[in-house]
Design a protein around this ligand. Structure first.
Ligand SMILES: [Zn+2]
Ligand SMILES: [Zn+2]
Length: 362
């Protein structure tokens, strides 16, 4: 059961104060220090993946929490005390709070507590929105409302893994060749042509991965979340209920097995780069590669994000703010007028360039 500590002074709800190790009373400002706030025992412990792959939820410690599920997007969100949300943070659909019930879920090993307060997050959003040249002018009014920004801990998996990859491919080296062509009038002309010489190559690369971060949510696009990186994972501390007071936490929807599949895709992107570097030359082709993964370990973490889901002309868009670093990323509508104007500008520029060339040619 989520510990719900009340103010010792006035019994009001306490919420976690970003960037500190204290809970604070919104009513009388009484502060309470969180015990063992900076312990990093479980947070640093890597669990052997093979041992948990098929039965993670059974063999890991469970906690019970008041959770409500969104009918529209399916996100299951746990509410800390002091949370007044009435709409789903991810899709802006009204939540039926009367349907809130106690749900068991796996206790995360580590947490990065909120570092950035709501008003700072909105400030970062304001800077971001100013740089969007194609967004409608009234976007800030729609998305930037303070009450829209909800503080949520998003579930993640991280994987460590050793890999060895055998590959077959080709290495291309560029060179120039002089070619003599005979024209229709019988005269000859020598031209230099760019060509590539290919040789077959094979080899093996070893690469060790540390903390490959995979979102365990389906409520936010993976790409949106990846663009909030990097996280400073050195700042992770042991999970503690108190950090959730005043915030929401989403239950994971991507299980440990599915997360590992995603992690392999991310690892393969980096392995491909390593192989291409090893092949060398000017161009590379990888025709076949086979990876062996070993010593895989994992951790289950929750990371803090401010989410604003807003409707614009009946479509829902999400803006996210990394509540550790202030990095902003989001979706936004493109103003048809501004898009058309930008296209006209490009056409205008092209016409101007053509005109200049013609003038020079005369
Ligand atoms: Zn109080
Ligand atoms: Zn929803």
């Amino acid at each position: 059961m989520l510990v719900d500590v009340k103010c010792l002074n006035c019994s009001s709800d306490l919420s976690y104060e970003p960037g500190t190790t204290t809970l604070i009373c919104a009513h009388c400002e009484h502060e309470m220090e969180i015990e063992h706030a900076s312990v990093k025992r479980a947070a640093n412990e890597e669990l052997d993946l093979d041992a948990y792959l098929d039965n993670f939820s059974e063999c890991h410690e469970q906690i019970e929490a008041l959770t409500v599920q969104c009918d529209s997007c399916g996100a299951a969100t746990e509410f800390g005390s002091e949370v007044k949300a009435t709409h789903c943070a991810f899709c802006d659909t009204p939540l039926v709070l009367s349907r809130m019930e106690n749900h068991k879920r796996v206790k995360p090993q580590g947490i990065i507590p909120f570092q950035i307060k709501r008003d700072e997050a909105i400030r970062h959003f304001g800077v971001w929105v100013k740089k969007l040249s194609l967004a409608p002018n009234d976007l800030k009014k729609h998305a930037g409302k303070a009450e829209r920004f909800q503080g949520i801990y998003i579930p993640y998996w991280t994987y460590d893994c050793d890999t060895v990859t055998d590959y077959l491919g080709q290495k291309g080296t560029n060179y120039q060749e002089s070619v003599t062509v005979t024209k229709a009038d019988g005269s000859t002309e020598t031209k230099s042509e760019h060509k590539t010489r290919w040789v077959y190559v094979s080899g093996s690369v070893a690469q060790n991965f540390d903390d490959v971060l995979i979102p365990a949510t389906r409520s936010v696009e993976k790409e949106l979340l990846h663009k909030l990186e990097p996280w400073n994972l050195a700042r992770i501390v042991d999970y503690n209920d108190h950090y959730l007071q005043g915030y929401q936490a989403e239950t994971y929807q991507v299980n440990i097995k599915e997360g590992y599949v995603d992690a392999k895709i991310r690892m393969q992107e980096r392995i491909k780069e390593t192989i291409e570097r090893e092949i060398g030359g000017d161009k590379q082709i990888i025709s076949e590669s086979q990876s062996v993964y070993s010593n895989a370990t994992f951790k289950h973490l929750i990371l803090p994000i401010w989410v604003s889901s807003y409707r614009y002309k009946n479509k829902v868009y999400q803006v996210l703010v990394n509540a550790q670093t202030g990095e902003v990323n989001g979706e936004y509508p493109k103003s048809p007028f501004k898009v058309a104007f930008a296209a006209l500008m490009v056409l205008g520029m092209a016409a101007a360039i053509v005109y200049c060339y013609e003038q020079i040619g005369k």
